[in-house]
Design a protein around this ligand. Structure first.
Ligand code: G3P
Ligand code: MG
Length: 249
């Protein structure tokens, strides 16, 4: 009997070994031979797409303020590495364009997780901005755009259905909803859920509807082995190198 090998997705890059969502973490993910990198994107005050998880830069940088109140120029001077280890003090918050350019010559694909929480600006055309960067770099085949914001995914899918999309499961809002229901409403082909919330019936429902199932928070050999047993298609991990070794050994 052959066992299906899950794809390895590096969560915020190899964020166990380098500061999350930095070029250092993305570089390590490529070296670790991850199949895909997951990163989080937000829109700056002047409508540039930058790679940052939190709405506020307080936790990860030497600055303060919400991303939507800061210009790209203000963001680019911040040190986003020292909080993790002083040796990463040169790391800067990357732009989405930069990361795609970095990945172009590799065979590592990209899961772009769009964060819209907290940003109440109207008509930002965030969807168009994401689509245009992907198209400009001819990255359509290699991108997966996901979000907890299902309205965003629906708008993106309606505008440009050729780019693959993923629905992130929200443990409160989406409780008791089937993956197939959540995904079909918005045109998503991948269902993404945390390890602690994912149930066998959700995997079965998703697979019965030909959806790809990705599970995040898979950070130990035990988590990984369980994901393999459950037939999960992709694991999202802070430790791509360790998970890749598990796959071989
Ligand atoms: O894509 C899965 C995961 O990244 C979602 O949670 O908070 O790490 O962005 P978070
Ligand atoms: Mg994320």
């Amino acid at each position: 009997m052959s066992i299906k090998k899950p794809l390895i997705i590096a969560h915020r890059g190899a964020s166990g070994a380098a500061p999350e969502n930095t070029m250092a973490a993305f570089h390590k993910a490529v070296i670790a031979r991850a199949d895909m990198i997951e990163l989080d994107v937000r829109l700056t005050k002047d409508f540039h797409i930058v790679v940052h998880h939190d709405r506020n830069v307080r936790r990860t940088t030497n600055g303060k303020g919400n991303i939507w109140d800061l210009t790209l120029q203000q963001i680019r001077v911040l040190d986003v590495g020292s909080w993790f280890d002083p040796k990463f003090h040169r790391e800067r918050i990357p732009t989405l364009r930069e990361v795609i350019e970095f990945l172009l010559p590799t065979n590592v694909n990209l899961n772009i997780e769009v964060k819209t929480d907290g940003d109440h600006r109207k008509h930002t055309r965030f969807e168009e901005c994401v689509i245009l960067i992907i198209m400009e770099k001819r990255f359509e085949e290699r991108a997966l755009v996901s979000s907890f914001d299902h309205k965003f995914i629906k708008r993106m899918h309606d505008l440009f259905p050729d780019i693959k999309t993923g629905a992130l499961y929200h443990p409160v809002r989406d409780v008791r909803k089937k993956p197939s229901t959540l995904c079909s409403r918005i045109g998503a082909s991948t269902f993404i859920c945390s390890r602690t919330r994912l149930r066998p019936q959700m995997i079965a429902d998703a697979h019965a509807h030909k959806l790809t199932v990705a599970c995040y928070g898979v950070n130990t050999p035990q988590h990984f082995d369980k994901a393999v047993d459950q037939g999960i298609d992709a694991v999202v991990t802070n430790w791509p190198e360790k998970m890749a070794k598990r796959l071989i050994g």
